[in-house]
Design a protein around this ligand. Structure first.
Ligand SMILES: Nc1nc2c(ncn2[C@@H]2O[C@H](COP(=O)(O)OP(=O)(O)OP(=O)(O)O)[C@@H](O)[C@H]2O)c(=O)[nH]1
Ligand SMILES: [Zn+2]
Length: 204
């Protein structure tokens, strides 16, 4: 299902207008957390929170496939792995709406086409800036590159820390969740998979 956010209407100050029901929802949450939304320091907070959430979730208004619409004929017969390593990203988990903070490694083995390298990070952010689980984020990024570039292989590895595990719940800081999706040669061929994992600085 395609999701798209309600229209963004800018107020006279150039900032996003916040509907009353959205601001009221934040006031309800502040009361639920134990504070008084009518005290001085919290008066503007509902609007700030509402705008912040539109920013955290700006991926709903960003079509990831669009970033791969400009592809180039392979440059100079280059037929080796292309890897964008250690891409920092932020997301929010769909269970607690708490931050997921981590880094991604995205690689592909071109067939006929390459893409501007920044586009791999743009695809990642378009999916990350939504409510996510890490497994789906990993799969969506890999599938999008697979479908957009039709390469010989795609490898995506994501390492991230989940605030729902560090700041609440089990409260266990310092743990990273690691997920991967290997497609094409990286799934079928051991040597190719080893090579891409080594380039990522990971051992099989
Ligand atoms: N697999 C997966 N689990 C996640 C992700 N983000 C959060 N979770 C987990 O989702 C689970 C939700 O479990 P529930 O038992 O429904 O919720 P909860 O009572 O808040 O669980 P605790 O976090 O253990 O306190 C938790 O185990 C979270 O750690 C993710 O990206 N992938
Ligand atoms: Zn969570």
């Amino acid at each position: 299902m395609k999701k798209s956010p309600p229209a963004a209407i800018l107020g006279p100050d150039g900032k996003l207008e916040v509907p009353d029901d959205v601001a009221e929802a934040v006031r309800t949450l502040i009361r639920w957390a134990g504070d008084d939304p009518s005290r001085e320091g919290l008066l503007d907070t509902p609007k700030r929170v509402a705008r912040a959430w539109r920013e955290y979730c700006s991926g709903y208004g960003d079509d990831p496939a669009h970033h791969l619409s400009r592809i180039f004929e392979e440059v100079g017969g280059y037929d080796e792995i292309v890897l964008l390593k250690d891409i920092p990203f932020q997301s929010h988990c769909e269970h607690h709406m708490a931050p997921i903070i981590g880094k991604a490694h995205i690689a592909y083995l071109p067939r006929n086409h390459v893409v501007g390298i920044s586009k791999l990070a743009r695809v990642l952010h378009a999916f990350a800036r939504r409510l996510q689980v890490q497994e789906r984020l990993t799969a969506e990024v890999a599938d999008c590159i697979w479908n957009g570039l039709k390469p010989q292989g795609v490898a995506v590895v994501i390492e991230a820390s989940h605030a729902c595990m560090t700041a609440r719940g089990v409260r266990t800081p310092g743990v990273a969740m690691v997920t991967s999706r290997m497609m094409g040669v990286f799934r079928e061929d051991d040597r190719s998979r080893k090579e891409v994992l080594a380039l990522m600085g990971l051992k099989e």
